[in-house]
Design a protein around this ligand. Structure first.
Ligand code: GDP
Length: 313
């Protein structure tokens, strides 16, 4: 299966909930008027697009309809507006494009969001692209986290730097950074604790990790990715705001988009957090990750018919 087909499959639940209802609203040559907008509003809100995002989307659609003056089919106009809004959420940019290797990628997230799986997927993604990837087991709080990461390091044939459970996380990560430099790595992907005794401990630890890395290289960490579980909806937003207070986030990875019918959250998350979505996870295997691309995801969200018009991609 090609990448686009896999994204489409991952968004199947959302598409079933959202796109069929959207298509029903646009049935047989209706114009964009107040009645149609009201129906569309209801559909978008039940798709977890969120109140403010829905309002913005409708306003943009109305504006686009005035400008277009009936030349384009209303449903196609909606697709364009969705692409535009998803585009605001981030352009497809690889990690660490401007970094001098090794690019240090800190991966943050609450336990259970899919952080470890995401690290493995990213390792696989960059290995497939011929990059040298090392993992660092920075979550020293849980012995299981170290063991789990080791299994993924073996499966993805990546080197891994770790220490004993309870070791100083920042020290492990610093050692890993030195090792990654010496061994000529392209990427150092760092697991961090998803939970400590208290929330403030966790945030302090993340600040310390960033500080220690900067001692080695001023521009490190080059990427700080926050993993959010799409199935947790608005809760994820609250979590994210806590993390952004501790350390500047350079991007989001939205996981488990396949497990929810509320993929519309894609639209509202980046808009609320003002942090670009960089990758989306849509399954449990290593290949189930894609660089976030507005065109592809709009097609995945809105359904088959629109997808066909994107065959040239
Ligand atoms: P962590 O505690 O944040 O490190 O979470 P894990 O990486 O261990 O993932 C928790 C569970 O979510 C595991 O059962 C994963 O297989 C599953 N998972 C992770 N990412 C995805 C995804 O994109 N889709 C689905 N369906 N499951 C996922």
């Amino acid at each position: 299966m090609g990448l686009f087909d896999r994204i489409k499959k991952g968004l199947a639940k959302t598409r079933a909930a959202l796109s069929e209802k959207v298509s029903a609203v646009f049935k047989s040559g209706r114009k964009i008027d107040d009645e149609l907008l009201a129906e569309l509003e209801e559909v978008l809100l039940t798709g977890d697009v969120g109140w403010e995002t829905t309002e913005e989307l409708l306003a943009r659609l109305k504006e686009a309809a005035v400008e277009d003056n009936g030349r384009t089919e209303p449903e196609e106009l909606l697709r364009r507006v969705v692409v535009q809004m998803l585009g605001d959420a981030g352009a497809p940019v690889e990690l660490g494009v401007n970094a001098q290797p090794p690019c240090v990628v800190l991966v943050l997230g609450v336990n259970g969001t899919g952080k470890t799986t995401t690290i493995a997927k990213l390792a696989h993604y960059y290995r497939e692209r011929g990059k040298k990837v090392m993992l660092a087991a920075g979550d020293t709080f849980r012995a299981a986290a170290i063991d789990q990461l080791r299994i993924w390091a073996e499966r993805t044939r990546c080197q891994m730097i770790s220490s004993k459970p309870g070791a100083d996380s920042a020290a492990v990560i610093y050692d890993a950074f030195e090792a990654a430099i010496h061994r000529g790595m392209d990427y150092l992907i760092v697991d961090t604790a998803g939970r400590l005794h208290t929330k403030s401990n966790l945030m302090k630890e993340l600040e310390k990790v960033a500080r220690v890395l900067k001692k080695k290289r001023e521009d490190a960490p080059h990427e700080v990715l926050l993993v959010l579980d799409a199935t947790t909806g608005q809760n994820g937003l609250v979590q994210a705001q806590e993390f952004t207070r501790a350390i500047p986030i350079t991007g989001l990875v939205l996981t488990k988009i396949d497990g929810t019918a509320k993929g519309g959250i894609l639209l509202s998350i980046a808009r609320t957090l003002k942090v670009p979505i960089r990758f989306v996870g849509f399954g449990e295997s290593l290949e189930d990750i894609a660089l976030f691309d507005a065109e592809q995801f709009a097609a995945g969200l809105l359904g088959e018919r629109k997808a066909q018009s994107l065959e040239s991609l």
